[in-house]
Write a protein that binds this ligand. Structure first.
Ligand SMILES: [Zn+2]
Length: 65
């Protein structure tokens, strides 16, 4: 069961909700009943400084000519 992260746009209260794919997205903050938005956090995916990708193995745009 996936865990979704939400943040309230009214009071900045962040929370997680475990929902199935068939459940509707939450729309209401449990703290202030304000509107919430879903947060797509890329946890564990860090490209910067990891050395995971080698830039010289990827095709480069011809901008240096
Ligand atoms: Zn709130």
């Amino acid at each position: 069961m996936p865990t979704y992260q939400y943040v309230c746009t009214a009071c900045d209260h962040g929370f997680e909700a475990v929902q199935s794919f068939s459940d509707d997205a939450l729309t209401q903050c449990p703290e202030c009943e304000g509107p919430v938005k879903k947060v797509y956090a890329a946890v564990g995916v860090v490209f910067k400084g990891s050395g995971f990708y080698k830039t010289d193995s990827a095709p480069k745009p011809t901008s240096s000519e």
